[in-house]
Ligand binder design. Sequence first.
Ligand code: PLP
Length: 479
Amino acid sequence: MPLEAKTQSLLRQLPGVDHLLLLAAQDPALAGVPKTIQTRCLREAVDGVRRAILKSGAAAPNTAGAMESAILRDAKARMQQASRLNLRRTINATGVVVHTNLGRSLLADSALENLRTIAAHYSNLEFDLAKGRRGSRYSAVEEILCELSGAPAAMVVNNNAGAVLLTLDTIARGREVIVSRGELVEIGGAFRIPDVMAKSGGILKEVGTTNRTHARDYEGAIGPQTGLLLKVHTSNYSLVGFTKSVSLKELVTIGKTHGVPVMEDLGSGTLVDFSQMGLLREPTVQQAVSTGVDVITFSGDKLLGGPQTGLILGKRKIIEAIKKNPLTRALRIDKLTLAALEATLQLYRDPQRLLQEVPTLRMLLTPLEALAQQAAKLKDTLAAIADTRLLLEIVDGISRAGGGSLPMLELPTKCVSVQVAGRSANSLESALRTAEPAVIVRIENDALLLDPRTLSQEEYGLIRTALARVLMDPAESPA
Ligand SMILES: *Cc1c(COP(=O)(O)O)cnc(C)c1O
């Protein structure tokens, strides 16, 4: 048969979607896939095979039977892809604890339980059970936040970016906000202090220089238009060398003298004094509150280890004004977040339980000996793959707090280094990243590094399965 005629004949024999749907109905693996998705995927697969035949590539199916199986195989892959959730579990083997790209903090079990209870049932979210009338959703956490921090009043919104925006909008709209040039920072995700200021309607007044700002700089800048002195904790970078900044305590004194409120954006904000645990010093929320500062804000999902939230603590008058600001409604947290936050904060009442049960704190504080044991166990689990190309070693490494927290902190750890003969680290990294579940690793010296600090032991087996699959895959993608 001439080529042209052969192509025409094949195209005529392409199976119809109705026929294919009947075949798909016989595949138990596709039982849960909705008809609409099946139909769409089968159509796309038919189109794909039609295009392949028109191109008459060597790989194009050349019999009716071959066409049908090619279509079904492709459609099945498409259906599986379409049924998969886009947001899904990912294994963090990077050793970066508060990994912003991987979802920051993991919730404690009690927070998860409470979240489930509140999600599955009606709750007193905005109902005062004692009085039998409308209540405030924020009351669930106000008291405990004040108890833990020593602050007179508290409030919570969606995230810290929202907390900063809302607070500036409430206190400083149309007025000057004095900030040190050394603190005009950018936090990832395009959160820049000058931009947030502009959005809030506050008028930025920079003082000092990049590396040095003195008390007299603030004092010289205060005038009749001044609405706020703002301090920003430079949580994601560190200035070393010939530097000078004004402490929060000093700033509060200046504010008091001139009758101007003082605010600090603490960023990661911790209620735990890490310096007492042999880690670097990060100013605590309690220390900030004790200076008499008017208002502070910080994130709930960084070092606090709770859900994504922005916590605002401060003087009663300011918190009341914030609650009345219409922006508050736009930034309000939902009940699931509130449920998880309250349960997380409850753990802070019991310091021993806290360090074991809040995953972020537990991971940051895992001792090196425990990490060495975990690395050995992980290595053994992977060695069970029994592939001669696999080279596993335990090496010294560094874990990080991440999330723009404790930027200078280097946490010594033990990693499992993974190499595969004949395969580049880049190609392995991408194969694991696109595995199911995805495994995210670091590369150092052309080896993969798996840090047990951010892994649960139950994930070792999942990593082994993913790695074993990668090793079985003959397709070596170019690095
Ligand atoms: C992280 C951070 C923010 C933003 O907080 P989100 O909770 O991510 O919105 C703002 N300011 C500082 C100093 C930060 O470190």
